[in-house]
Design a protein around this ligand. Sequence first.
Ligand code: ES4
Ligand code: ZN
Length: 322
Amino acid sequence: MGRLLPKAELHVHIEGTLEPELVVGLARRNGVTLPADGVDGLRARYRFEGLQSFLDVLNANMAVLRTERDFYDMTLGYLRRARDNGVRRAEIFFDLQAHLARGVPMDAVFDGLAAAVADGERELGVSAALLLCIVRDRGPEEAERVLREAIRRHRDRFIGIGLASAELGHPPSLFREVYAIAAAEGLRRTVHAGEEGPPGYVREALDLLGAERIDHGIRAMEDPDLVARLRAERVPLTVCPLSNVRLGIVPSLREHPLPAMLRANLMVTVNSDNPAYVGGYAEDNYRALRDELGLDPTTLATIAANSFDAAFLDPETRARFQ
Ligand code: ES4
Ligand code: ZN
């Protein structure tokens, strides 16, 4: 593994790391009936036409997650594969609201995730931390209530929040109060914006939510003034090339804006997003950029260095893991 670039993965949804084999195993263990039979039946559904068609499949498969042990197994499995991809630091989103909505107790989610994070660091040498990901299409009231409860009961188990799921029609401006609560708690703040949504959503994330990073942000390229601002303020963008192609956000890797983003001197990082669904983990994304877009070793090393600069990481921990 020494030949792999050491990297930080800043944009990965833990529910999106559930490989079909584990979905089937957990369904059996928990007596959950799936919408398709077996690994091949599940895989046949992994053809997406936009973000919503992906989210529908992701949410259906999530039904197999019931117990603390399920969350532990999923997360430690991801951390093993991340380590094999050269990941030294992982900042992991989890969809707490989705699990609560299915009747999973909040403690089961946090206990399982946190135990895997601790074991991953000890047994695998991967530094990991959790980002509570607000499910934007469930609206700001529930988000606020769940965040307050998570802070009250599990504040020391997550380092920040994100905002994801269906972007269009659910602008960042709706979540001002949620992000104000997070800021007051000293939580780090990142926001999915400019994946399917317009450049204005990226501006809102920065101006109204105090976003410290933008997840995706590819549609910012449509707005030259915004590009200039992202460059001047060195706002990290957690770009997910294979995800964008597989979800049909961009037609092909050749047409992906990432090279233009690099030419514009934006602070780009490369991430897997939902590796079990989109055809690759962190190193698979780096390799595709090298093999299909011809990015040179210096550029790839810059992207990897950016990932540590953009991580929510104190200097001491960084020195131990980078
Ligand atoms: C997501 Cl690719 C993407 N975009 C927005 N929300 C998400 N949740 C999981 N994957
Ligand atoms: Zn995402």
